[in-house]
Design a binder for this molecule. Structure first.
Ligand SMILES: NC(=O)c1ccc[n+]([C@@H]2O[C@H](COP(=O)([O-])OP(=O)(O)OC[C@H]3O[C@@H](n4cnc5c(N)ncnc54)[C@H](OP(=O)(O)O)[C@@H]3O)[C@@H](O)[C@H]2O)c1
Length: 366
């Protein structure tokens, strides 16, 4: 299998032998994604697994899922949310213990519950975010403390599309910098997963949203989702364009998921005492910054938040989930699934997300 190592490949599990996958790889040297007729027997369970980090390390392997332990539920996934954090895990930007699965959110049906007093039972439709990165699987065990019932009226696919990204939009707009009615804010990747939800939610809260996107098509989507103004990502003087939309003042907050490439320009978009929320690394992690950079631009505030610190207790998770499902139920926030992939095509989904080809949420289907 030496030739397989440097490709993104979804290969058969050991039980089925690696010969078929090898044959496909040899037959298609240039292909980035290789599929085999995995799970043909229908009996075993499979998951996408990485044994090393890097760009091309995704394998499709047979897994053995034990009965759920104390405080755990076994969930058969029906839809898995694709998130940029999956790329950080796969590439090693966020260190992971190897070998590992991938994936931080999924929806599905509870098959069995271990010793537990949560009230969860077989047949419940549930969604979760976080825990170990093992969501790219047909089935797994999850701590019941992380699992939330899916409200009636929301399909499993929509739940997987909205949960992690919607909770992120929630804490960004309600906690990191609580948006006030009348604020003007700047939001990057406004047509993406988090961005599509956050732009609608921010408008619902009474903000004027300036969305940054890379294409005209994404600009149209962002406008339809509540962005009043659009700035192109390659704007040579993005801070000036943004300031012009605010009568020269600058925005109350920037929600910057791009990271390294945009950090300084984002600071330059803020009004005095404005808040810089840098919450992602899609272009790479932000370089170290001197506090004086905040002082000289008007005593700015800087925060680098992570979702899981805002849903770190059962109570906080349930409150946040309720707020999220409420804005979905009342129509303030629509969930847009831009594309779906078979779970076995997770490697292709990663490539498309990294290449900025996706819009809205992406769902992997087992
Ligand atoms: N800290 C947290 O708690 C937290 C939680 C969830 C997500 N996030 C972050 O939120 C961001 C969005 O996540 P998502 O899963 O919803 O992804 P996404 O927004 O659907 O996809 C990423 C988008 O980022 C934009 N982008 C700008 N520069 C890019 C680059 N160099 N490479 C790739 N994309 C680039 C692209 O939009 P354009 O082409 O329009 O520019 C792309 O479509 C990610 O940075 C993620 O890490 C953070």
């Amino acid at each position: 299998m030496g030739r397989v190592e440097n490709k993104i490949a979804l290969v058969t599990g050991a039980a089925q032998g690696l010969g078929a996958a090898t044959a496909h790889l040899l037959a298609d040297e240039g292909a980035s994604v290789v599929l085999t007729d995995i799970n043909a027997a229908g009996a075993a369970e499979y998951a996408a697994v990485i044994n090393s980090t890097g760009p091309d390390v995704l394998n499709w392997e047979e897994i053995d899922v034990p009965d759920p332990g104390e405080g755990e539920a076994r969930i058969r996934h029906s839809a898995i949310g694709l998130n940029f954090i999956d790329i950080y895990h796969r590439t090693g930007l966020y260190p992971v213990e190897l070998p590992t699965g991938l994936g931080s959110e999924a929806a599905g049906v509870v098959e069995a519950v271990g010793k537990d007093d949560s009230g969860m039972k077989a047949g419940d439709r549930v969604v979760y975010a976080g825990g170990s990165a093992d969501a790219y699987a047909e089935i797994r065990n999850v701590s019941t403390s992380q699992v939330v019932p899916i409200p009636d009226g929301i399909t499993d696919e929509l739940a997987a599309a909205v949960f992690l990204k919607g909770l992120t939009a929630w804490y960004l707009l309600r906690r990191s910098y609580p948006v006030q009615e009348g604020d003007t804010i700047l939001l990057y990747a406004a047509a993406g997963g988090v961005g599509s939800l956050a732009s609608q939610w921010a408008r619902h809260l009474g903000a004027t949203v300036i969305g940054v996107v890379s294409t005209d098509e994404k600009g149209e989507l962002a406008r339809a989702q509540g962005c009043e103004h659009i700035v192109m990502a390659d704007d040579a003087d993005l801070p000036k364009t943004v300031r012009d939309f605010t009568g020269g003042e600058g925005v109350a907050a920037v929600y910057d998921s791009v990271g390294r490439d945009t950090f300084i320009a984002s600071l330059d978009c803020l009004r005095p005492h404005g808040t810089m929320v840098t919450f992602g690394n899609s272009s790479g992690p932000v370089d170290p910054v001197a506090p004086a950079e905040l002082a000289k631009r008007g005593s700015l505030y800087l925060t680098r938040p992570i979702l899981f610190h805002f849903i770190d207790t059962r109570d906080r998770l349930l409150r946040a989930s309720k707020e999220l499902f409420d804005v979905v139920a009342n129509g303030a926030v629509n969930i847009r699934i831009g594309q779906t992939y078979a779970l076995k095509d997770a490697a292709l989904a990663h490539r498309d997300l990294e290449a900025r080809k996706t819009t809205g949420s992406t769902v992997l289907l087992p």
